[in-house]
Design a protein around this ligand. Structure first.
Ligand code: MSP
Length: 522
């Protein structure tokens, strides 16, 4: 293993030194990660779930090492579109956002996405924070009032860059002339360029870094950060000017601060954040947000991880295209863990992925049912056939192959827990771990062994399996919890580390046996 660098003051030579530091909690301050906050105009679909899972898996992974993480998610509830949808449904806007909020909360609960704070932009705490952000921007001289005239997209709630002679056939795009407040974004072009030149690894992946630099190269124009109240009635009014309502993106981005108590000093313990977002909202997070943060005098984000889109065919899955995949039945048949595994392992972080039901089934069958679930049953079966009720531990037990495999697993999980962008390395390591165990059992014909040799080999296999369950609890929380329970182990590293005798209990079904259930259906 190369050196682990926790921060510039701490470098560790090996895993144990590193672990000790973790456990004593001497090097880590609490980490802070955010998912985007979700528009209250759509039910959750796999795109939203994926964003949540990317955060949650990393948070759970840190939890194994007692590393505290604040994980913020929530709802983006303002905007004219939200108001109009509620009107169409003949319910009050408040009732409507409450329902959408409940939908997301339920969905995240089902997928075991354990945010530590759920922020809603309609909450009082958020209003207080947003008003403070606005006041500081104003005080620092970055806000001015001016007249806007140009094209405006109702669906994106955004002014557009078309010239006046543009021929419009889209009813969503309208001509607007109105007074509003502007943010001096142009003042930050050079500062942002300098920042990104010195902090290249802040944006992941590199292609999105280049995209950001491309946006800077096009030049930054000031942009409107309020709308006349008659056009945006569902939002937070500008302090001292109730004729204006704060632009939804300023409102939404400020949730990353309101969620951790801003303007109360307690936010300082957590700021700056690691943001996880989809590629469609890059500009808001890599240009607008850092500029706003500079303008209010706060540190810029620690990292901005930008993932791709889940596609249906070659189209982004989205509410406006009405092409969400109905996953209800799939989840019912295969369980949340299977879905979680599929979404995380079938998209390279940063790239797009296409959802394919056949691939999903194949993936669950080969990896989760056969290599993972069946292997566990097989090992228990072998022990039972030899009437072993207890596997005894003796210290010289693990041979060099097991030790090597364990250190590979440990190394990869630690790399990932330090850097979320290593998600795919982490998942690959799981697949490799399963391969190792399956090949080992077959090559060494474990079922033919007897006596002490069988005890030792089975013990070692279970010991590695236990580590696999611990390290991949973040990826497969339900199944791995069952395995950890089997071993009387908690999802904490120091607990799994202990060598104890293993009691052979009844087999545990981890994943549906697909070929059997399919035959049964026939
Ligand atoms: N409300 C804004 C975010 C404000 S953050 C200060 C928003 N909301 S959203 O509900 O439309 O999207 C939330 C997240 O889901 C975004 O990161 C978006 O990229 C992601 N996804 C929405 N559809 C997606 C796919 N089809 N695939 C993957 N993720 C996509 O944007």
């Amino acid at each position: 293993m190369s050196h682990f660098i926790l921060n510039k003051n701490y470098t560790f030579k090996n895993f144990d030194e590193y672990l000790l530091a973790y456990q004593k909690n001497i090097t880590h301050s609490k980490k802070y990660i955010t998912s985007p906050i979700f528009y209250a105009n759509s039910k959750p679909h796999i795109g939203h779930i994926y964003t949540g899972l990317v955060c949650d898996t990393w948070v759970k992974c840190n939890g194994i090492f007692n590393n505290e993480v604040e994980f913020v998610s929530g709802m983006d509830e303002h905007g004219q579109k939200v108001h109009q949808t509620a009107e169409k449904m003949k319910v009050s806007t408040k009732e409507y956002v409450d329902q959408m909020n409940a939908n997301f909360i339920e969905c995240f609960k089902n997928y075991d996405i354990n945010y530590t704070k759920w922020i809603r932009t309609t909450s009082y705490e958020h209003k207080v924070a947003l008003e403070r952000v606005w006041r500081i921007l104003e005080k620092n001289g970055y806000i001015y009032k001016s007249k806007y005239s140009g094209w405006y997209s109702i669906s994106d709630e955004n002014y557009l860059d078309f010239d006046k002679d543009y021929i419009n056939t889209n009813p969503n795009i309208v001509w607007r002339e109105e007074e509003c407040y502007y943010f001096k974004l142009s003042a930050f072009e050079d500062k942002l360029r300098e920042f990104y030149q010195n902090n290249k690894s802040i944006i992941y992946p590199n292609s999105r870094y280049n995209e950001t630099i491309g946006l800077l190269d096009q030049g930054l124009k000031d942009f409107a950060i309020s709308r006349p109240k008659e056009r945006l009635s569902w939002g937070i009014e500008v302090d001292n000017d109730p004729s204006q309502v704060i632009y939804v993106w300023i409102d939404a981005l400020s949730a990353y601060l309101s969620a951790i108590g801003y303007p109360d000093d307690k936010y300082k313990k957590l700021w700056p954040a690691i943001h996880v977002i989809g590629k469609d909202i890059l500009k808001f997070h890599t240009i607008y947000w850092p500029a706003l943060l500079m303008a209010i005098g706060l540190e810029l984000p620690k990292q901005i991880i930008i993932h791709g889109w889940w596609l249906n065919g070659d189209q982004k899955i989205s509410k406006s295209l009405n092409n969400a995949i109905d996953i209800g039945n799939l989840v019912e048949s295969y369980g949340y863990d299977s879905f979680r595994y599929y979404l995380l392992s079938n998209m390279t972080l940063g790239e797009d992925g296409s959802f394919k039901e056949t691939l999903f089934e194949q993936n669950i069958e080969t990896v989760l049912s056969n290599k993972f679930g069946n292997l566990f049953s097989r090992l228990i079966g072998i022990a039972k056939r030899h009437s072993l009720e207890l596997l005894k531990f003796n210290k010289a037990l693990l041979n060099s192959k097991f030790i090597e495999e364990l250190s590979r697993l440990r190394e990869n999980i630690l790399i990932y827990s330090e850097n979320l962008s290593k998600l795919n390395l982490y998942i690959q390591s799981f697949n490799d771990g399963l391969e190792f165990l399956n090949v080992y059992v077959n090559d060494n014909k474990i079922w033919e062994l007897t006596g002490e040799q069988l005890n030792n080999e089975l013990y070692s296999l279970f010991y590695v399996f236990k580590h696999l369950a611990l390290f991949y609890y973040p990826l497969l929380p339900n199944a791995c919890s069952k395995i950890l329970d089997y071993f009387d182990t908690k999802s904490k590293y120091e607990d799994a580390l202990k060598f104890k005798n293993i009691i052979i209990k009844e087999n545990v079904l981890l994943f549906p046996r697909l070929s059997i259930s399919k035959n049964e259906k026939i």
